[in-house]
Ligand binder design. Structure first.
Ligand code: ATR
Length: 271
C-alpha cells in the first residue's frame, strides 16, 4: 500500500452492509502497483443518510471519487451533478468521479464488468438465451450489457414485478429486435442464468430462483462476491450446472473504474 501523506487523494466505497466489500483491496493494490498517490477506504452509510453524506463529500477537495454498491446504486443517480448517458439509461450509478471544480460525475460499470468477466471465463453471451433474477441497479446494468452483447432473448424475474416490467420496457425501447419476457422463479429453458439480486449476501437468505428447476446444460452466474460460494452456486453445482463466480465481474471492472476515475501516476513515477 502507498504511504498516506498530505497529497494522497481519497477514494471511498459507499455501502450498507459494508463488511463484504472487496473494492478497497482491489483498488489499493492497483494504486500501489501503478504508483498512484491515492487510497480507497470503506464508507459505511445507511440509505437515510446517503444524501447528506454525498452533499458533504462534494466539498472535500482531496476526494478523487467514489464507488457505490448495495443498496445505494439507484438512489445515488439523482445525487450526482451529472451522469453518463449509459448510467441514465440504466438508472443507476456505481462509479463517481469528482472533478477539480467539485462536480460529481456518475457512471455505471457493473454490466460491462459482468459481461467482460463472463467472456474472460469463456462464456460468450452472444446468441445465447439469458434469465436474469433481479431488477435493481445491478440487474439493470447487466440486462443492458447482455442485450448489448447480443443475447438471443432475455427473461427478467423480480420479486417486485413492476420493476421487471419497467426494465423490460426500457430494454425493448433501446433494443427493438430483442425478445424480452417477464419470468417466474423458474429459470428452465435458458442457456445462462444470472443472479443479479442481493440474495446470497446474508446468511439464511432465500434462493433468488427455483434451483430445483436447473438442468446440467445451464450456466449459472452470480454477482455476489462474498461469500464466493453462495447457496445458489452450491445448488447449481449439485445439479451439474457450470457455475460462474461473482469475482471476475469486479476484476474486469478494475480497468474500467481506473479509466473512469482517471487514476494515473504522475509522469515518471510508475514502476
Ligand atoms: P443493487 O444496486 O445491488 O442491484 P438494489 O437496487 O437494491 O441493489 O436491488 C436489489 C435486488 O435484489 C432487487 O431486484 C430486489 O428485489 P425488489 O426489486 O423486489 O426489491 C432483490 N431483492 C432484495 N432482497 C430480496 C428478497 N428478500 N427477496 C427477493 N428479492 C430481493
Amino acid at each position: 500500500m502507498v504511504e498516506i501523506t498530505g497529497t494522497t487523494r481519497l477514494y471511498g466505497i459507499l455501502a450498507d452492509p459494508i463488511h463484504h466489500v472487496k473494492t478497497p483491496q482491489m483498488l489499493n493494490a492497483f494504486m500501489a502497483q501503478e504508483g498512484i498517490d491515492g487510497v480507497t477506504v470503506p464508507m459505511h452509510v445507511g440509505a437515510d443518510d446517503l444524501a447528506a453524506l454525498m452533499a458533504g463529500l462534494k466539498h472535500m477537495k482531496n476526494l478523487g471519487g467514489l464507488i457505490v454498491t448495495v443498496p445505494h446504486k439507484t438512489a445515488v443517480l439523482d445525487l450526482c451533478d451529472e451522469v453518463t448517458d449509459s448510467a441514465r439509461r440504466i438508472g443507476a450509478v456505481n462509479t463517481i468521479r469528482r472533478t477539480a471544480d467539485g462536480r460529481l460525475i456518475g457512471e455505471m460499470l457493473d454490466g460491462k464488468g459482468f459481461v467482460g468477466g463472463l467472456i474472460a471465463g469463456g462464456i460468450a453471451p452472444e446468441g445465447r438465451s439469458a434469465y436474469l433474477a433481479g431488477a435493481g441497479g445491478a440487474a439493470n446494468a447487466i440486462a443492458f450489457a447482455l442485450a448489448q452483447a447480443g443475447v438471443s432473448r432475455l427473461t427478467i424475474a423480480n420479486r417486485t414485478r413492476a420493476k421487471a416490467e419497467d426494465l423490460a420496457d426500457r430494454l425493448k425501447d433501446a433494443f427493438p429486435g430483442l425478445q424480452v419476457d417477464i419470468g417466474s422463479p423458474d429459470p428452465s429453458g435458458h442457456d445462462i442464468v444470472v443472479n443479479a439480486t442481493s440474495l446470497g449476501l446474508r446468511d439464511g437468505d432465500p434462493l433468488p430462483l427455483d434451483a430445483d428447476r436447473l438442468a446440467p446444460e445451464q450456466i449459472v452466474a452470480e454477482i455476489i462476491m462474498q461469500p464466493e460460494q453462495t447457496a445458489l452456486l452450491k445448488a447449481a453445482a449439485a445439479r451439474g450446472c457450470r457455475v460462474h463466480f461473482g469475482k471476475p465481474m469486479l476484476a474486469c471492472q478494475r480497468e474500467l473504474m481506473a479509466a473512469f476515475l482517471e487514476l494515473s501516476a504522475p509522469a515518471g513515477t510508475a514502476e
